[in-house]
Design a protein around this ligand. Structure first.
Ligand SMILES: Nc1nc2c(ncn2[C@@H]2O[C@H](COP(=O)(O)OP(=O)(O)OP(=O)(O)O)[C@@H](O)[C@H]2O)c(=O)[nH]1
Ligand SMILES: [Mg+2]
Length: 632
């Protein structure tokens, strides 16, 4: 089915024509019928000769009710433009046409009504001329009379051709059903109606009602007064909702699919190029679908020298109420109070624009956005945001986009490429500034690079194999082992202290220096940790340090004992004190080299022989292994 909205000046015969075409009464209110004036939207439908069903949204023509007219026209793709033969082109003919043009409706038909009262020729020529200069372009025209019925068969044929030419929307498109009416039915509860432009609604489906995002489950569905289990756009639908109290929904709210729309209060839009320099008011009324709200306007880039190619104005809108929007949506801006600018159409460029904090940010944003295509592509949005989650991009209504760089993060390829080098530099600078530190915390790197998620730092580091190493949760400059961790990278005083410890241990490898000696050498816990990371010391506890190969050496000695062995036997064999032996044995337990038995004795786990080799091989020098062995 298709849905067509009427348009045209008050009293030109829109409702009479809908009545004549459908046999249904579009003026729902007693007051409307009494006054012979449409106030609010009316709904009627019929079958065309070829069997295609078409619904009409009949709008009011009176200037006081233009907001209602916009709510009816907002979600449709085609209009039936009505001009009275005896009335000719009138102010609301022009205003309705401007609105249609602003919304960008491209399909339509002109009906010249009341042609039994006057020659339809002049009105037809006048109207076709005006219409041809809008998004509707050249449209067919039919002269009709709702009273005599003249021209109605021609009009039905023309409607059939119009409907056949309308694009078929994607049934899998995200659902956004703007509510144009809400009521409650005894026994069923809350019902909302609207024009579904695309996508599919199904009974049982859960949607969210904007702006509250209250979940609403579809309990029942009707299309053109008939119960259905699902309806695909284009359709007029009445949706019976579970979970929404009667009286809660209102025109301008929308039922949307979770995760497929961005509910936003701030958006950047492009206004069409206009020959004359227009001065925008600080605030206008924004209309989209059946919704309207106030929008504060901030010009981002004004623009642009006249002359081809036509350049446009980019503005940031801040809305009083949030709306579910997509990039590429058309919105209408209206300023009923202004004589100069009454109606403008705008294309949404960004529904989650970055804040304009820096000086000059607004002008820069204006320049960037002015160059975007219509509609903008994933690459444009990524170029602006740098990073977007795949879900966020989809909720902006933007398809495509590159493969994620980490998790569901998408990155602008240029930005991503440049970040690798910046991370390597940041990590190197950090290591230089603070050689004793365990490394740069990924969170610090994330903040330094201005990234939105630590996951991105880790992905960058993985891509920098050979330059940056992510180990034990910290980032360090990578490099060949002998330069990376070697004494040369430690401050000279620390290197000297390490040398002194190793010299102490040369003759008695398990007699770890005591607290006093460590203090004397300036080896506080931080310095010990740094030396251990560099592979220059084995840090058994904060107070017990040994030569880096002590673990393998201990295992070799313990393997020579009858198994299992006691702590005392181990202490003796290692030639040390309980102060060292107990933490060392516990260290070996943790390393899986020894196993502690229930009776407190231990045995070597031969299955873990590979663990005997310390992962960071010994690389220092002033040790005297020969002497050490002699001492035993
Ligand atoms: N003679 C004649 N009268 C018509 C024709 N169409 C409408 N009328 C009359 O014109 C008047 C206005 O018609 P409506 O259909 O209410 O006009 P409308 O465009 O819906 O008006 P609003 O909804 O208030 O904007 C009514 O009195 C109709 O009976 C026609 O084709 N011939
Ligand atoms: Mg009417």
């Amino acid at each position: 089915m298709q849905v067509i909205a009427t348009a045209g000046h008050v009293d030109h015969g829109k409702s009479a024509l809908v009545r004549a075409l459908t046999g249904m009464e579009p003026d729902r209110w007693a007051e409307e019928r009494r006054r012979g004036l449409t106030i609010d939207l009316g709904f009627a439908w019929t079958k065309l000769p070829g069997g295609e069903r078409v619904a009409f949204v009949d709008v009011p023509g009176h200037e006081r009710f233009v907001p209602n007219m916009l709510a009816g026209v907002g979600p449709v793709a085609a209009v039936l433009f009505v001009v009275a033969a005896d009335g000719g082109w009138m102010p609301q003919s022009a205003e309705h046409l401007a609105a249609i043009d602003a919304v960008g409706i491209r399909h339509g038909l002109l009906a010249v009504t009341r042609s039994d009262l006057a020659d339809p020729g002049p009105a037809t020529r006048q109207a076709l001329d005006r219409i041809s200069r809008t998004s509707l372009g050249a449209v067919p025209a039919v002269a009709v009379s709702a009273v005599t019925g003249a021209g109605l068969p021609d009009l039905r044929d023309a409607l059939e051709r119009l409907v056949a030419a309308l694009p078929v929307p994607d049934p899998a498109a995200p659902v956004r059903l703007w509510v144009d009416r809400s009521f409650s039915i005894r026994g069923s509860g809350t019902v909302v109606t609207g024009t579904l432009p695309a996508g599919t609604v199904t009974t049982g489906q859960e949607l969210l009602l904007t702006p509250s995002l209250r979940p609403a489950r579809i309990r029942g569905l009707e299309s053109m007064n008939e119960p259905v289990t699902s309806a695909a756009g284009v359709a007029r639908v009445a949706v019976n909702l579970r979970g929404i109290p009667a009286g809660f929904p209102a025109r301008g709210m929308a039922l949307v699919e979770a995760g497929r729309w961005t509910l936003t209060r701030v958006l950047d839009v492009r206004l069409p190029a206009s020959g004359a320099e227009v001065t925008l008011p600080p605030e206008m009324t924004l209309h989209i679908g059946s919704a309207r709200t106030q929008a504060r306007i901030r010009t981002l880039g004004s623009l642009l020298p006249p002359g081809p190619p036509a350049l446009s104005t980019v503005v940031r809108l801040t809305l009083r109420d949030p709306l579910p929007l997509h990039v590429g949506d058309r919105v209408l801006l209206r300023d009923p109070g202004s004589a100069a600018v009454t109606i403008l159409g705008a294309t949404v460029l960004d529904v989650d624009p970055p804040a304009l904090a820096r000086r000059g940010a607004a002008a820069a944003a204006g320049r960037e956005l002015a160059a975007w295509p219509d509609p903008p592509l994933a690459a444009d949005l990524l170029g602006r945001h740098g990073f977007l989650r795949a879900g966020a991009l989809a909720a902006m209504g933007v398809a495509g986009g590159p493969k994620p760089v980490a998790g569901d993060w998408l990155a602008d390829p240029d930005r991503w490429a440049s970040l690798g080098g910046r991370l390597a530099e940041a990590v190197a600078a950090h290591a230089k500034r603070d050689p004793l530190a365990i490394g740069m915390a990924p969170e610090a790197a994330r903040a330094a690079l201005g990234l939105p998620d630590r996951m991105l730092v880790e992905a960058l580091a993985r891509g920098l194999r050979g330059r940056v190493l992510l180990e034990d949760g910290y980032l360090r400059p990578a490099g060949p082992p002998d330069t990376r961790g070697a004494a040369s990278s430690l401050p000279p005083r620390l290197a000297a202290a390490v040398e002194a410890v190793l010299a102490d241990l040369a003759d008695a490898p398990f007699l770890a220096p005591d607290a006093g000696r460590l203090r004397e050498l300036g080896l506080d816990p931080r310095a010990i940790a740094a030396a251990a990371r560099a592979g220059l010391l084995l840090r058994v506890t904060e107070q017990v340090v040994l030569a880096p190969d002590a673990q393998a050496e201990a295992a070799r000695i313990l393997a020579g004992l009858p198994q299992p062995f006691t702590t005392a036997e181990a202490r003796q064999a290692l030639g040390t004190t309980r102060r060292v032996a107990i933490p060392l044995l516990e260290y070996l337990d943790r390393a899986g080299i020894t196993q502690r038995l229930p009776d407190d004795r231990r045995r070597l786990r031969l299955t873990h022989a590979h663990a005997l080799v310390h992962p960071r091989a010994v690389r220092v020098s002033s040790r005297k292994p020969a002497a050490a062995r002699k001492a035993r």
